[in-house]
Design a protein. Structure first.
Length: 246
């Protein structure tokens, strides 16, 4: 297993929190805020204090296997995943329909087919910026343009550029993959599922969120009016998660 994890709080329930690709350590903890019981925040390879990912690591099956191993170790009964983390949890649900009592999928990026052409192009831009070895200038320019106008983010762009600088392989490989090979397998899941999408996020199309919610028999769909809800709608995300996982 190539991931690291850290617990916050104590007692039941135990909720696993799985971040998105290139998340900073602060971003990774956002979905854990305000939840009761024990929150176990995963750090995937190539992120934060975790070691770099081994060769050929970046596929949904491998990531899901690592996430499932942590879930079993800490006896998590609930889970929250963001983007890549949402994909990993979706894959676990397909393979192990009864693993979690309930789980939340924030900003799912893909389901049973690779990302669309627009998202794939954006990932190529990010990968090429990482490969430019220009001190991160091109990467910061791209990331800065993604921050909605009027939102104060401090040193977020610098920290996210630093995080993505270790993830060129992931940026090139993940857009060509899908979390589940057959969406029909998700019909067997009886867990309560919360799916949160966004109206204007080019990397996480709202159509994907709708398709993910439709694939589960007990899913609730929430759509936030934003291009970057992790920056603009943290309070709303916290309220949705706290209410759902109460």
């Amino acid at each position: 297993m190539d991931v690291r994890w850290a617990p916050y709080g104590r007692g039941a329930p135990v909720t696993l929190v799985v971040h998105g690709l290139g998340a900073t350590e602060g971003e990774a903890r956002i979905p854990a805020s305000g939840l009761s019981g024990t929150r176990v925040v995963i750090t995937l390879p190539g992120h934060g204090s975790a070691a770099d990912a081994p060769p050929n690591y970046w596929n949904y099956g491998t990531v899901a296997a690592d996430v499932l191993a942590v879930a079993d170790e800490v006896q998590a009964t609930r889970a929250v995943g963001v983007s890549l983390g949402a994909g990993a949890l979706t894959r676990i649900a397909a393979d192990h329909p009864d693993r979690f009592d309930r789980f939340a999928l924030l900003l799912p990026a893909a389901l049973d087919r690779p990302r669309g052409a627009a998202a794939a192009r954006e990932f190529r831009r990010l990968a090429e910026a990482v490969a430019a070895h220009d001190g991160g200038a091109a990467l910061r320019e791209i990331l800065g343009a993604q921050v909605p106008a009027g939102v104060a983010v401090g040193d977020y762009v610098d920290r996210r550029a630093e995080a993505l600088s270790r993830l060129e392989d992931a940026l090139r490989e993940l857009p060509e993959q899908a979390p589940v090979p057959d969406v029909a397998t998700l019909a067997a899941v009886r867990s309560d599922v919360l799916v949160v999408g966004a109206t204007d996020d080019p990397l996480h199309p709202v159509e994907v969120a709708k398709a993910v919610a439709a694939a589960f028999s007990r899913a609730r769909l929430e759509i936030l009016p934003s291009s970057a809800p992790m920056l603009t709608h943290r309070r709303e995300l916290r309220r949705l998660l706290v209410d759902f996982l109460r």
